[in-house]
Design a protein around this ligand. Sequence first.
Ligand code: NAD
Length: 513
Amino acid sequence: ATNFGMQNALNILGVKDINDGTSTGSNNFSNGDVLESYSPVDGQLIAKVATTTVEDFEKVMDAATKAFKIWRLMPAPQRGEIVRQFGDKLREKKQALGKLVSYEMGKSYQEGLGEVQEMIDICDFAVGLSRQLHGLTMHSERPGHRMYEQYHPLGVVGIISAFNFPVAVWSWNTALAWVCGDVCVWKPSEKAPLCGIACQNIAAEVFKANNLPEGISCLINGDYQVGELMTKDKRIPLISATGSTRMGKIVAQEVAKRLGRSLLELGGNNAIIVTPDADIKMTVIGAVFGAVGTAGQRCTSTRRLIIHESIYDKVKTALTDAYKQLRIGNPLDEKNHVGPLIDTDAVKMYQNALAKVVEEGGKLIVEGGVLQGEGYESGCYVKPAIAEAKPEFKIVQHETFAPVLYLLKYTGEVENAIEIQNNVAQGLSSAIMTNNLREAERFLSVAGSDCGIANVNIGTSGAEIGGAFGGEKETGGGRESGSDAWKVYMRRQTNTINYTTSLPLAQGIKFDL
Ligand code: NAD
């Protein structure tokens, strides 16, 4: 791993190179089969990781439940102080971790750094939150009574994450869960296990320096079967799962069987509506970044452009011109815009989508294709493609996790575009490009976008920490990160205290002895 100083980054993060044996990181419970992590950047084996067996998992749960008993007693602002230190450690290791994200997952180094910045931002947010875990106080109907509600930690929070945000999603959950007094067990994607080890090592350093048990943060490695150990486990009151809708449907049912709580962050099929009043230059930048950023592998990637017929040709030409400028190659090299897909299976899905759209009557106006030759040895580099399509095409209704953008035409009023936009199973991110106040407000109104995120004059991709993040319908309904997302990590208790010498009953019920 000599790629752009990768070896140095691996050393800083305590992630072993393939030549140094199997990487377990600070978490040393895992003894199972070996998982190999290949980089989509150059196809090289970065390292091997031991997976978690059922017996290992028991040890992890034991460490986590013991740690919870200590952690929950620490006042929330003091837990916030630990999260503050964790954020500082991330600042120190930002370049190294950003590089590993880029190398193991394939997103650009800039986006890798952005992901670590998101981790830092959520830590800052959580530190402030640690002094704001408020409940309400109510007026009791009974004299001499006080009524209020308080929030207590839940216990062990299970986190299952996707490959495309291999570090940020974990931190959105942990930073909040930790200030709330929970401990976390994390199963990262089997496609990016080294990112998990690097994060665990950073967390472990902070807990160790504060004489706290490492069980506050636990890591388990492996595929869906290791994830199932958590979804089926009654000792885990909350499962936060990020990934495909297919996975979410299974996880939701599994957790519901034991009446556990689940927080689901699933697939999107995000659209930008482009009205006659749109600023075309902004539209093109927003749409291109949205469609090709992270090689189209963001849950908020722009998949559909719904363009008014009067400006359709103009937008189409501007987009095809912009696509000619795109440089595809090693994402660690900052002159490239687009890196590889995660693996060759993803390449097959991309090719399949291009074939399907043509089969259904669509037309490729920017042809895709798999890149070959020097620098593309991993077989994971593809050309971003644009297809003219119809909203009802099956492939357009489906989330293809690759840089394929569908151009759809609408006529008449903005309501027609909103209808096309909402007429998919997913409900994550949406946007409108317009300088027309009436159109913008109609898009945001009760009859407007049905998504969890609705933007005006911003693309669909990229969110800030302060707002709650998540989506409706088959996106799963969960909310993470900002606003009051913390509440899902806690249990609410209503307390009524009687400071009189009599015992009046609610609703004036009489019961005399
Ligand atoms: P995936 O569903 O294949 O895997 C996600 C995780 O779920 C992995 O860790 C996997 O091992 C685990 N898993 C799969 N089946 C499981 C089961 N039955 N029980 C327990 N765990 C199981 O998804 P992926 O390919 O890694 O990620 C891409 C998907 O994630 C896309 O659909 C994308 O939109 C979505 N995503 C959503 C958000 C969001 O916030 N809404 C964020 C990132 C990614």
